[in-house]
Design a protein around this ligand. Structure first.
Ligand code: MG
Length: 406
């Protein structure tokens, strides 16, 4: 099967029926810029539903359960993981999408896939791997999420990766340097021309922020790293905490915290829908192409954006820089760097699938299935480490560095 980049879909009776309610500026399956490898249309789903389903069935998706969001998985059973974070993002994004009559299936696919490329140990792991890869093109989790769905998943007979639609891949690639954008062809174009992605991609992006700002407050309080007293200086928290207390004077503890957080999430979602709706009325896009040419349309009102930014600053200062979080980050950095260095010094320590087998031949260089991917030894090591769960990385570190009698 050949790579097309622009397989044209036709509206099937199923996709037409399932997407008939969408606004003209939504992403419709039939107007998709297609999959990289041509496939038969799905019989009982839309193309974006198929993407969502492929993501849920992927190996990388299951790994999210054991990857750190802020707290390392083994620190407690109730903290968010990358998996529960992704589910919360999808929930928020779908609520917004349904209200704006844009494609819920696409927004869900993007939300569930957006963190597939995260390393073990959250941002500390990513920063360490980026530093290790400094002379080899760097490491960036967005690009890695794309590599997972384009290249690394081994699920289908006809192609590597999941062969997702252009719009899903576009949504996954939130940020991109100009250098990488040039290399990515079609997908990188918007970073060079200053165009926007679909509304569905814009929604998933803001939903990500709404989700982590709120669940990090919840997890931060649960861990005791931040306190209610500290939070009382944060306007968004204070307003809703007071309102919850006034309405339910007899509740306290976890119940009051949840009651406050649900009010904050609701306020952010409703504000996002209202402000975006007003933008859509003002700009009046008639198609997805109009959306791409417009300024970003999915946004909060100025007042709420300011309040949300203050909450984010609070979390950065008091939670993400808390000394106990920093200790774990430091440990994570040593594990990732230690693994990378050991594998670089002696690639024979790697599982065979991650060892470069000889120089690239003319024949393999012409292989349409993997034409532009970096297959250097350093990149394969980065793929291997990035795919690890927290506990797998810890075990691998012990296997390589700890001499015991087992
Ligand atoms: Mg995220």
């Amino acid at each position: 099967m050949s790579e097309t980049e622009r397989q044209v879909f036709v509206a099937t009776p199923t996709s037409f029926a399932l997407e008939a309610h969408l606004a003209p500026y939504a992403a419709h399956s039939a107007a998709s810029r297609g999959r990289r490898y041509a496939e038969q249309p799905p019989s009982a789903r839309t193309e974006f539903q198929r993407d969502r389903d492929r993501i849920v069935h992927s190996t990388a998706f299951r790994r999210l359960e054991y990857k750190t969001q802020v707290f390392v998985n083994h620190e407690g059973d109730l903290f968010r993981t990358r998996l529960t974070h992704s589910l919360e993002v999808a929930q928020i994004a779908r609520s917004v999408a349904r209200n704006l009559r844009v494609n819920e299936d696409l927004v869900e696919a993007i939300s569930l896939a957006h963190d597939l490329g995260h390393t073990p140990f959250g941002h500390a792991g990513q920063d360490a791997l980026h530093e290790c890869m400094r002379d080899h093109g760097g490491f960036e989790h967005n690009l890695q999420s794309l590599a997972v769905v384009d290249q690394l998943e081994e699920h289908y007979g006809a192609f590597n990766g999941l062969n997702l639609c252009f719009e899903t891949r576009e949504g996954i690639l939130k940020h991109c340097s100009r250098e990488n954008a040039r290399r990515l062809g079609d997908l990188g174009e918007r970073f060079l021309t200053g165009r926007q992605p679909s509304l569905e991609a814009q929604i998933a992006n803001v939903a990500d922020e709404i989700a982590y700002n709120n669940h990090d407050v919840d997890d931060g309080l649960r861990s005791g790293f931040i306190t209610l007293d500290q939070l009382s200086d944060v306007c968004l928290w204070h307003t809703h905490h007071e309102a919850a207390r006034n309405e339910f004077p007899r509740i306290d503890g976890r119940r009051l915290i949840h009651e406050t957080i649900r009010r904050i999430i609701n306020t952010l979602i409703v504000d996002l829908i209202d402000t975006t709706n007003a933008n859509l009325v003002r700009v009046a896009p008639e198609s997805l192409d109009d959306v791409r040419r417009s300024p970003p349309l999915v946004e909060h009102s100025e007042e709420i954006a300011t309040q949300a930014a203050a909450l984010k600053r609070f979390l950065f200062k008091n939670l993400y820089r808390h000394y106990r979080v920093m200790r774990m980050a430091n440990k994570a950095q040593r594990i990732v760097t230690g693994l990378f260095n050991a594998f670089t010094e002696d690639p024979r320590l790697l599982p065979p699938a991650y060892q470069v087998r000889g120089p690239v031949t003319e024949e393999s260089a012409n292989d349409a299935a993997a034409p532009t991917y970096d297959s250097s030894q350093a990149r394969l090591i980065a793929h291997y480490i990035a795919g690890m769960t927290d506990r797998y990385a810890l075990k691998e570190y012990q296997r390589l560095f700890v001499i015991d009698d087992n």
